[in-house]
Design a protein around this ligand. Structure first.
Ligand code: FES
Ligand SMILES: [Fe+2]
Length: 367
């Protein structure tokens, strides 16, 4: 969660905007070439960037105990993350050192990884422990045939994996997920659209009134947002109309829970949406220029039966209403990419978090 002092500042900025009829605005209009949503070469460069960046892999809560593991593809590479006997999280390329079979599937809890093909067996720290009929491999140095590790870091309630580098996250992102929270849902879906079109729909409030007239807009505002940048990442705040009740509250005493939604964009392809009762960690995995897999973990903001039930209700509402409206728009854009109507897409002053994203992405790809 963001710190209370920060919440107080955000509340003040929102109330000021309501009073003045303003919103946060960027300084720059950005023109993004449509070719960047279609090009195979650009796609390959973006995936390479994902592999050399510390990217959220899953919430810490997905690996709750010793032996808990999660295996999935990240930027086209099968990776497995596991909480070891010492409580530390490690991550490996998910490929057996004999003939390359993936040693873990999906999620679960194990004492060791046993390859399903010939049962080479690995400790949770990656060491190769056992080779059946080992005399068939004269001279095999077991110590150099452990699972191949990749750099991993557990921070902010999130497991970050950096496949091709060891640099950790430098963005000063506030705490995203408190440790020890319970995962109340996990969804995976695929969408026939470029991952960036998907992402863009989450990080501007210019569309709320028109795309969500009967779902989100009745609770929210037209084009009224607060934008904060944290290094390459950022956050957009979507206030609810009921936040006006804070006008009468002493600024230092203002509590924003239930009065706004925070959407953190964790560069490049992850979103953390903090709603009234639940938080989603959403990973947009690019599968091809025109195909994206969305992985979404839902975590209750509060403990207790009642809080969990309310969180589930809220999650259903968002997932079955506004989120469907967003998906329809994303598909519509994707299908018209090849219409040749646009050489560029124009992002205005009220889409400034998207502008920041494209500027950071361009810089990172050039580096
Ligand atoms: S491929 Fe894993 S044991 Fe043979
Ligand atoms: Fe939307």
């Amino acid at each position: 969660m963001a710190s209370p002092a920060d919440d107080v500042a955000v509340a003040q900025r929102v109330l000021d905007h309501i009073q003045r009829g303003t919103t946060d605005a960027g300084a720059e209009v950005w023109r993004e070439p449509v070719a960047n949503y279609l090009s195979e070469q650009r796609f390959a460069e973006e995936r390479a960037l994902l592999r050399r960046t510390a990217v959220p892999f899953c919430p810490s809560a997905a690996l709750p105990q010793k032996g808990s593991y999660l295996a999935r593809e990240a930027a086209g590479v099968p990776i497995v993350a596991v909480r070891g006997a010492d409580g530390a999280v490690r991550a490996f390329r998910n490929a057996c050192r004999h003939r390359g079979t993936q040693v873990a599937q999906g999620a679960g809890c194990v004492k060791s990884f046993v390859c399903p093909y010939h049962a080479w067996t690995y400790e949770l720290d990656g060491r190769l422990r056992h080779v059946p009929h080992e005399d068939g491999f004269p001279g095999l140095d077991k110590s150099s045939h452990g699972l191949v590790p990749v750099s991993v870091e557990e921070r902010l309630g999130v497991i970050f994996v950096n496949q091709d580098g060891s640099e950790s996250r430098t963005d000063p992102i506030p705490a995203l997920l408190a440790p020890g929270r319970e995962i109340i849902g996990y969804r995976e879906s695929e969408l026939e659209a470029n991952w960036k079109i998907f992402l863009e729909g989450f990080i501007e409030g210019y569309h709320i009134r028109y795309t969500h007239p009967e779902t989100f807009y009745p609770y929210g505002f037209d084009n009224l947002n607060v934008i904060d940048l944290f290094g390459r990442s950022g956050r957009i705040t979507y206030p609810f109309r009921r936040i006006r009740k804070l006008e009468k509250v002493d600024p230092a005493q203002r509590k924003v829970a239930g009065l706004l939604t925070y959407v953190y964009h964790v560069f490049p392809n992850v979103l953390v949406t903090i709603l009234s009762r639940h938080t989603n960690l959403v990973v947009l995995e690019p599968l091809s220029p025109g195909r994206t897999r969305q992985l979404s973990w839902t975590i209750a903001n509060d403990a207790g039966e009642e809080a969990l039930a309310e969180a589930r209700r809220d999650q259903e509402f968002v997932g079955n209403t506004g989120a469907l409206e967003d998906r329809a728009v994303v598909l519509s854009i994707q299908q018209a990419l090849t219409s040749n109507a646009n050489e560029v897409f124009t992002f205005g002053k009220y889409e400034s978090l998207i502008v920041h994203f494209h500027r950071m992405l361009n810089e990172a790809l050039r580096a």
